[in-house]
Design a protein. Structure first.
Length: 209
């Protein structure tokens, strides 16, 4: 085979590779364009969370050392505002924090699917037994409790997936922050685990995905 024939054969092979790469790029571009257009038409919206109520069973502070024991149940509802998009909640953990410090353990919320315009309601128990807290946290809690109420934050962290038709997206991190004011600090109330008091809240949450 002459040098000229080898050169022509090599050039044809390179041309075939270039055409194949160009076809793959065009195909990927079309798929991405269709996905973006579909996503723009559907206009996906983040789920909306509300803390509806809280039932306090136990809330005690041991001053030496500073330890907090708490046990309460909250009712949380989530609504999917999308008309054509479903939501998979793959993993959700809920806990309570006060002035930036976590004061309860993580509680798992079961995985579930939420259809179009669907609403899910969960009532998890969140608690912590002898959780160490900073001295200033103990002082602030005692002050709030004596004044009649505690401003704390219910947080929900997890992962979600979006479902459009038969297409299911990858996992996205979900962060839900719910500032709530619980009037559990009335000095006449005795939260020792033997009695319980239920408080309606209807606190809206901030959601980021």
């Amino acid at each position: 085979m002459s040098t000229k024939e080898c050169s022509e054969h090599k050039e044809k092979r390179q041309n075939r590779i270039r055409r194949l790469c160009a076809c793959l790029l065009v195909f990927c571009f079309i798929v991405l364009l269709v996905f973006l257009i579909t996503w723009a038409i559907l206009q996906p919206k983040k789920p909306r969370f509300i803390v509806r109520d809280a039932t306090i069973y136990n809330f005690k502070i041991a001053s030496s050392p500073d330890l907090l024991t708490s046990n309460f149940q909250i009712t949380v509802s989530s609504r999917n505002p999308n008309d054509n998009i479903g939501i998979y909640y793959d993993k959700l953990d809920v806990y309570a924090s006060y002035r930036g410090q976590q004061i309860t353990y993580y509680t798992d919320i079961p995985s579930t699917y939420q259809g179009h315009k669907g609403v899910n309601v969960w009532s998890p128990f969140i608690s912590g037994t002898s959780v160490p807290i900073a001295p200033f946290i103990g002082e602030a809690l005692s002050t709030d409790q004596a004044s009649g109420g505690i401003q704390m934050t219910i947080k929900i962290n997890g992962r979600v997936r979006w479902k459009v038709g038969t297409f299911v997206s990858g996992r996205y991190h979900l962060h839900v922050t719910c500032p709530v004011y619980i009037p559990c600090g009335n000095k006449n109330d005795n939260f020792n685990g033997e009695t319980s008091i239920k408080f309606p809240l209807l606190a809206s949450c901030k959601v980021s995905v």
